[in-house]
Design a protein around this ligand. Structure first.
Ligand SMILES: [Cu+2]
Length: 727
């Protein structure tokens, strides 16, 4: 596997002796100051940071950037202090070049940043430099749609910059906004939708200060991040944390190690992500362009696609979860690309609507060059099929795994999945081409007369390398591919896609059959199940906390000698289905879908080997599986990803090396299905997890006023009712 198991007993962000935090700007709010006091306690035994140099920004403009450099003293003696000072000055000069190189992404993100250099003593006594960047975004006064130009990756990105601490301030607020023209209540990060691009290098440490000034409690999950050693930072309400209550704050802090590629972040509480709490995240590998990506490319950008609803997720959940709504998921109204679409306001009489400032997005690419587009489905429900007229493309990355390029005409992508494509601007027929993204409507249970199922962007050639185009340029006249469109909800056929970094599937320790389905029970409530278990989230007592607080946590498997099993001693398996492992276990999960809908299943904290495509019928018996996998060549460098789709009445076998200690959610990433309870958990290396404790801040989070606001409706509100008739 790509990464070794790591004991969780060690301090994730280094021991306090190596921690050093920058002076904050005076504009920092009280909560920042409070957090800073907490951080400073870590350095109390050390010398306080001292300022060594200040470089101001361009005087002809408002000072967008302030570069602040300092060194952190690390020894109590005068001699050590002097040595530290000399080293700091030497390295500050070196750091200047790194710092200047690092200004590019900040400009691109339109974020103010303070850049600083920390100095760490490595184990061999050598002093190494760590940059420290504060991303302080210019928050617009009025709610705004974020400029699509922010999702173009930095053309001057420094892949070799030293490990950097990147620190973000995100303020969450409620506002009314019109992503496709129709105004609706939304939840915004820094008063904009979607959230900002987080662009980092593998090895960086990330700090997100979340100030929840919205009306509901919330959380933030960084999808696909291993969170190795920082399970409590996984952001999953009911599993690893209590939500961040309205009017309060929480700081996520973790190191990104052993992974790179395209990811995203989103609220992991109720279905709030689709109210606006989401954004893209790109982790650059040092060898991304020299080894991992086999095709060179001139430009690199994120293209988020999503379904969009004109109602809030709270309204939609109240409708979907009520009695008598069997498999009747909310049907979207529009599709968005990078958070924007365009609807004709005449189609929405009686609704507040303004689409005059919205237009078709245009991606300018240099003629004759290759270009990378990182697609992310950040939607709640809809699968998208994407194509670029007259351009075949190569798929080069799947869920953070770089793959050998394979040609496709169309891309199928389900919620939470990511695919990078590389296309070449080599057509001679036109200068502009439609990029078509179409929701696969065959998976919707009913008609929505308001729905516009497709959205287009323009891929326009330029001759000068500009990344923006004139909106007055004529529309494309290009033609789509003539294959029939997709009518089945299923993953892209990934059988030809194999990782660039080869890794045959490691031997398995065991076989776990999983049965995912929907059932209708008391009060005609239809709910999602794993092996007969329907997840009931406990908002103020997440399973990780319950496990850590339990006396029996070290021997809580039914069979004390078994290496894996369902923990029924501590958790009620009818509503908390927790598969617990001891030691590092590699398990084959046979996921059987006994439902007619497709489910994109996501495992937190891990990637897994995809050993089979989604197939009809039944998987091989455990005793026949080794021969089956051998005969199908499934073990030879299979695709590794974190979200796999099991089609209706089909099955998939994945193999996962459960080496990352923690309580991890495994769930359908269709937001409606997850809220209907199609969630289970994996308690990996329970004996190691059990040696840690619930943090003081994390425990206090559970006690804050209004912490329970914003969750899905409790089943009990339906008892004695029959639901509303379908309109
Ligand atoms: Cu599902």
């Amino acid at each position: 596997m790509e990464r070794p198991g790591v004991e969780i007993s060690g301090s994730k962000l280094g021991d306090p002796e190596r921690m050093c935090f920058p002076p904050r700007s005076k504009s920092a709010s009280d909560w920042v100051a409070r957090d800073l006091r907490r951080e400073r306690m870590d350095c109390d035994s050390e010398e306080q940071p001292f300022l060594s140099e200040v470089v101001d920004g361009n005087e002809t403009e408002p000072p967008r950037k302030t570069t602040t450099r300092w060194a952190c003293g690390w020894g109590p003696s005068l001699g050590m202090l002097l040595l530290g000072f000399i080293l700091a000055m030497v390295f500050a000069l070196t750091a200047l070049s790194f710092g200047l190189a690092n200004t590019a992404p900040i400009e691109q993100n339109d974020q103010d940043g303070e850049i600083a250099a920390d100095y760490d003593s490595s184990a061999d006594g050598q002093t190494t430099q760590t940059d420290h960047i504060l991303y302080k975004e210019n928050i617009p006064i009025t709610p705004a749609l974020r400029s699509a130009s922010e999702y173009i990756l930095s053309p001057t990105w420094d892949y070799q910059s030293p490990p950097t601490v990147r620190e973000y301030d995100w303020v969450i607020t409620n506002a009314v906004l019109n992503p496709d023209g129709v105004f609706r209540p939304m939840v915004l990060i820094n008063n904009q939708f979607p959230g900002p691009l987080v662009e980092i290098n593998e090895g960086d440490t990330l700090i997100f200060h979340i100030s929840n000034q919205g009306v509901n409690a919330t959380s933030m999950h960084f999808h696909g991040m291993f969170q190795n050693g920082t399970n409590a930072m996984d952001g999953t309400v009911g599993v690893t944390q209590c939500p961040i209550a309205p009017g309060s704050n929480y700081t996520y802090k973790f190191e990104v190690k052993g992974q790179s590629g395209t990811y995203w972040y989103h609220a992991h509480h109720s279905a709030q992500a689709s109210d606006g709490l989401l954004g893209p995240m790109v982790v650059h590998a040092r060898n991304e362009k020299t080894v991992l990506q086999r095709l060179s490319y001139a430009t690199d950008r994120v293209v988020m696609v999503q379904d969009h609803y004109h109602n809030t997720t709270a309204e939609l959940l109240m409708d979907y979860l009520q009695p008598g709504r069997e498999n009747d998921e909310p049907v979207p109204d529009s599709a968005l690309i990078n958070g924007q679409g365009t609807r004709d306001c005449k189609d929405f009489p009686g609704r507040s609507c303004n689409s005059t400032l919205l237009g078709t997005q245009s991606f300018a690419i240099l003629r004759g060059s290759r270009h990378r587009l990182r697609f992310i489905n950040v939607g709640a429900f809809a699968e998208f099929q994407i194509e670029v007229d007259e351009h075949p493309f190569y798929v080069t990355e799947v869920d953070g795994t770089d793959v050998s390029p394979e040609p496709f005409h169309r891309l199928n992508i389900l919620p939470a999945q990511r695919y990078s494509i590389v296309l070449e601007a080599n057509s001679t027929s036109n200068d502009a081409f439609w990029l078509r993204a179409r929701m696969v409507t065959h998976c919707f249970r009913r008609e929505n007369s308001h729905m516009k199922e497709d959205i287009r962007a323009i891929v326009r050639y330029t001759d000068h390398g500009d990344q923006t185009t004139n909106s007055l340029s004529p529309e494309p006249t290009s033609s789509s591919w003539d294959e029939t469109i997709e009518v089945i909800c299923r993953d892209l056929n990934t059988s030809t896609l194999h990782p660039v970094v080869k890794q045959d599937a490691v031997p398995s320790d065991g076989f776990v059959p999983l049965r995912a389905n929907f059932m209708t029970g008391a009060w005609r409530l239809t709910r999602g199940f794993f092996n007969g278990s329907n997840w009931h989230m406990n908002v103020t007592s997440p399973t990780l906390h319950r496990f850590l607080d339990a006396r029996s946590k070290l021997t809580s498997l039914d069979n004390a000698d078994s290496s894996f099993g369902i923990n029924t001693q501590l958790f009620d398996p009818t509503q908390d289905f927790v598969l617990q492992t001891r030691g590092i276990r590699t398990l084959d999960l046979a996921i059987n879908n006994f439902d007619d809908g497709a489910h994109p299943f996501h495992l937190h904290g891990h990637k897994f080997f995809v050993l089979t495509p989604s197939l009809k019928g039944y998987p091989p018996k455990p005793e026949d599986l080794p021969q089956y996998l051998d005969e199908t060549g499934a073990l030879e460098n299979p695709l590794r990803r974190d979200t796999v789709t099991v089609g209706g009445y089909q099955w998939v076998i994945i193999r996962v090396v459960l080496d990352n200690p923690g309580m991890w959610a495994f769930h359908c990433h269709n937001s409606w299905h997850a809220e209907a309870g199609m969630v289970m958990q994996m308690l990996v290396r329970g004996e190691d997890v059990g040696r840690s404790q619930v943090g003081q801040v994390e425990r206090e989070l559970c006690t804050r006023e209004h912490v329970t606001r914003g969750g899905k409706p409790d089943d009990s509100i339906w008892f004695g009712q029959f639901g509303r008739p379908r309109e």
